[in-house]
Design a protein around this ligand. Structure first.
Ligand code: SF4
Length: 380
């Protein structure tokens, strides 16, 4: 089996490991491919083609949703760090990929596999002087020194919590230990960032960190997911939380469980951005009595309809925090409004169009120089 065939055996199902709603399979040499190549949108909005692969697709764990779980009958493969680094560099020089996302199944424990991930990243940075993007997984149970070394090599590190708490994780991945094996590692990442100088780190700065949840496999509520996300943003200083809607995999214990609605995943992303970037608190999100978010309404719009319809915000006076509460106004829009109103008062909706604001969306919730924009009354 050649190495590209081997790579195709590690094709991580996009629904389990996708980093972005806007990820899609990419092509290799102009054609659709079985290679684990994915187009992903980076935090700065730039699109990057990632090789998303694994040190090994063998695993001794039995997570109920995972196609790589122990005992599932399919062809597995394992790379040496040398083979993996060399193959990645060939694909990189052929311009087939622009970055690496490196994960693994677990064989012989997290510490052993973590060493292989570190060795691969070291080869890339040292032997091949690779300057590009590396997102590397922290393995459950990895040691603190290993995490430090990985952080010196990667642009981003992540570890999937998979479920929002111990009870849900038991139903999803019974051999993973929520606090000791998973949460603790993400806390160490932040501890290292806070207490150690990054002078040895790649590009002289510590990598960002992230986690991911599987959504819709074991009855967890949006409230549970968002509450844990908020805690992890605060306690572990995560840059991103990914929500990966459950899709059933053949020949796994959850193969007959229905796939989760993609809109639920989308509403979770919107809500976590409200917490992270817009100054919202958990209790302001529109959870229903069962602890879930409305599927058919944007959570910020739902909040504004209840809170701002009769108390619109004056765009010429509001502070940044208040502006961010208005649907159609994001961080860029809020900053542009504050700059623009120093030059002249905002009196017309069409002034907002050049300020990164969705004027139609904002209209029902704002005042311009003390007046509601004319056409908005019909929209409320
Ligand atoms: S540890 Fe669980 S999620 Fe990870 S590869 Fe193994 S079975 Fe899959």
């Amino acid at each position: 089996m050649d190495v590209l065939e081997q790579l195709s055996l590690t094709n991580i199902n996009a629904s389990l490991e996708a980093g972005s709603l806007r990820e899609k399979p990419a092509c290799y040499r102009g054609r659709p491919t079985d290679l684990p190549i994915t187009e992903a949108v980076m935090p700065n909005g730039q699109t990057i083609i990632l090789l998303k692969t694994m040190v090994t697709s063998a695993c001794e764990r039995n997570c109920y949703y995972c196609p790589f779980r122990a005992g599932r009958d399919f062809k597995r493969t394992t790379f040496t760090p040398d083979d993996l680094a060399l193959t990645y560099m060939k694909l990189y020089h052929a311009r087939a990929v622009e970055g690496l996302f490196l994960s693994s199944g677990l064989i012989g424990g997290g510490v052993k596999i973590q060493d292989k991930i570190i060795a691969t990243a070291e080869l890339l940075r040292r032997r091949y002087a690779y300057q590009g993007y590396i997102h590397a997984k922290i393995m459950p149970g990895a040691e603190k020194d290993q995490i430090l070394r990985l952080m010196e090599l990667a642009d981003r590190v992540s570890l999937n919590l998979e479920a929002p708490n111990t009870k849900r994780l038991k139903d999803l991945a019974p051999k993973k230990i929520f606090m000791d094996e998973l949460v603790q590692r993400l806390l160490w990442v932040d501890e290292i960032r806070k207490n150690r100088s990054p002078f040895k780190a790649w590009r002289g700065r510590w990598p960002s960190s992230a986690t991911q949840f599987v959504v819709g496999a074991v009855g967890e509520t949006d409230h549970e997911l968002i509450a844990t996300s908020e805690k992890m943003f605060q306690m572990a200083n995560l840059r991103r939380v990914y929500y990966s809607r459950f899709t059933p995999q053949q020949d796994t214990p959850l193969e007959n469980h229905s796939a989760e609605n993609p809109w639920r995943q989308h509403r979770l992303y919107q809500s976590s951005f409200l917490l992270r970037d817009y100054g919202f608190q958990m209790e302001e999100l529109p959870f229903d009595p069962s602890g879930n978010l409305p599927i058919h309404t944007d959570p910020k719009l739902a909040w504004a309809q209840a809170a701002l319809s009769h108390q619109p915000i004056e765009l010429n006076k509001a502070g940044r925090k208040e502006l961010l509460r208005v649907p159609g106004i994001g961080p860029k829009g809020a900053d542009s409004i504050i700059t623009a109103r120093r030059q002249c008062a905002l009196t017309q909706l069409n002034q907002l169009k050049s300020l990164h604001v969705n004027a139609k969306r904002a209209a029902p919730f704002i005042l311009l120089n003390g007046k509601r924009p004319e056409f908005q009354l019909g929209l409320i």
